[in-house]
Design a protein around this ligand. Structure first.
Ligand code: IPD
Length: 290
């Protein structure tokens, strides 16, 4: 019910703020990070401690809701239609390790594999992004709360060539998603073939897919594109972006309905589902058959 979604939202906000304090209290330079798959796929003790804290607290307060977390999920664990908390204890772990203050705890609730509550908190800026399905998206800074997108409402997007695009690199440096990322990045940064300007104004890669989606929701970036991230990276930011009037679709051409576990996502502010002409269609065009 609406009431219980609000309760869950409030509980996730409390946990996100506590997790944020754990990040601020930690000194990642004192902890040797553990390598997961390669030298840019890292995890710290703080990632694990935060996820344990969140899992313990949520299984006590909401024992019937399932849990999918970046650090505790089992290989091949699949998201089911059951109500499920989706947790990335630190989205932007590399930033956290390097002290680059663009990192966040990302908590969401998905029902029927659709994000219905999203909470993204960056403790280094004190910025809290929240959304409940059908109830709008908000940014709470240390001094005030804003409805998203921020005012003045950003102008509509006439075309990709006026967009600032978030494109993330993940930790893979070979394979299909790597080939796709490098090809898409190169095309987006190129001049148009007809000589009429550039494909996009520029791209940004600031190391947190969750925050990228929130920046698109705010209207500070226009597009988020990534091939190769995971449900826990995007679930909360997805809810925030859609509640701010944006759209999350698949990064694969024609994929208007993307699964939460689809691993290739395109988020666009102010876009409408099914509107093939426009920024979504232009990005799909860049991807080609990729
Ligand atoms: C990563 C970040 C990064 C994205 C990766 C994610 P993590 O999350 O969101 O921006 O490129 O694909 O895995 O590992 O720091 O939680």
């Amino acid at each position: 019910t609406e009431q219980s979604l609000l309760q869950i939202h409030n509980d996730l906000v409390t946990l996100a703020r506590e997790a944020g304090q754990m990040m601020l209290d930690a000194d990642p330079t004192l902890q040797p990070p553990t390598t997961k798959k390669n030298t840019s796929d890292l995890v710290t003790l703080t990632d694990r401690a935060i996820e344990t804290m969140i899992l313990t607290r949520l299984s006590a307060s909401h024992p019937t809701i399932h849990f999918l977390g970046e650090e505790t999920s089992k290989t091949n664990q699949r998201l089911t239609p059951n109500p499920t908390f989706i947790c990335d204890p630190i989205d932007g772990t590399l930033n956290f390790i390097h002290g680059f203050p663009n990192t966040a705890v990302s908590l969401a609730l998905a029902i029927d594999k659709i994000p219905v509550v999203g909470v993204v908190f960056n403790p280094f800026r004190g910025d809290l992004y929240t959304a409940i399905k059908h109830r709008g998206a908000f940014l709470t800074t240390p001094t005030r709360t804003f409805k998203l997108p921020l005012n003045p409402i950003p102008r509509p997007l006439p075309s990709l060539s006026s967009c600032l695009v978030a494109l993330e690199w993940g930790s893979e440096r070979s394979g299909a998603n790597w080939d796709l990322r490098t090809r898409v990045a190169k095309t987006l940064l190129s001049a148009k073939e007809d000589g009429a300007g550039k494909m996009v104004r520029s791209i940004r890669s600031s190391g947190s897919a969750a925050l990228d989606l929130c920046y698109v929701a705010a209207g500070q970036l226009d597009v988020f594109w990534e091939g190769g991230c995971w449900a826990w990276d995007v679930c909360a930011g997805w809810c925030v972006l859609e509640e701010a009037g944006g759209l999350v679709v698949g990064a694969n051409p024609g994929e208007w309905e993307v699964e939460l576990e689809g691993r290739r996502y395109l988020g666009v502010r102010g876009a409408k589902r099914g509107e093939q002409r426009g920024v979504v269609g232009e990005v799909w065009g860049v991807m080609g058959d990729g």
